[in-house]
Write a protein that binds this ligand. Sequence first.
Ligand SMILES: [Zn+2]
Ligand SMILES: [Zn+2]
Length: 335
Amino acid sequence: MFDELIRKLRQLEQGVKVPIQIPLDENGCFDRKCPWDECGVEFKVLFEDWEVKVREEAAYCPICRHESPATEWNTPSQAEYMEKAAMAHLMGVVDDGLRRDMERFNRQQPRGGLVRMSMSYKPSPKPILVPPDVADAMRQEFVCEACACRYSSVGAAFFCPACGHNSALTTFAKAVESVRTAIRSLPTITGAIKAAADADAAADAERQILENGLVKLVASFQRVAEATFLALPNASSFPIRRNLFQNLQESSDKWREATGKGYEDLLDAAEVSDLRKFFQQRHLLAHVEGIVDQQYIDRSGDHAYSVGKRLIIKDSAVLRLGDLVEKLAAGLRGL
Ligand SMILES: [Zn+2]
Ligand SMILES: [Zn+2]
């Protein structure tokens, strides 16, 4: 009697593919969420690239580089939506089987007899499909240098969701941007700390933000200079020692060996001299808590300080350094 229903249910037992239309945003991007509890960041990937470039076994979080199979990156609203869509599909299959069984039963009833039997079946109401909220338009867009996957996140992203590649270039650009933003926000930040604590705490915070900004800019530049150097077609002919790019003169010489041009060809004399001073200041901040020694004065040519004084990092200096490393990194990319 329920042959058709049973046949349909058997088919379901074999596994079904439920056709689901996942809503995308107006740019064709697909909302994703890092499945690692500690991170859980939401980001977007161009749907086309998610389908073509992301392997089934692994996708990567652009912020923490957590690795999980491609099926595990649904946002909560997508997971709910897919569950409802799957349910709707299954109910449709069951309803269809029951309806056919009823029709056959009714057809088989003898007509014109004394007793007429018929059965009817009322389909179950289908759950309503609610598309996930289309999240805000993307804020920062990235294209992976290694596999060309297009993705976006709110704030900096460090890894490609498709191949896990870490982009030194992208990280550098974002570091410069975030240091500038921090400096622009200094009055707000120190104002808030002054209100919540006191003027001492606010001054400490300001000094820390400026010193961190300088250290971060030098470190990100060193990294991008090394990555750009290693991408030169003839890089393998010029072996580099560990931490070579922490040394401004030595790395400039290495660039000159490989390309015929050093940092002095990309910056003017005043710029090179300032950059040298900032590199030496980073060294003091990173190793001796900013206390000036003779080596600093000799190497930087900065006679504003005597031995034993502590560095004063001004916002104008950090902004100048940001402009210098940006200019130099762009020049190196063009070599
Ligand atoms: Zn993550
Ligand atoms: Zn990639």
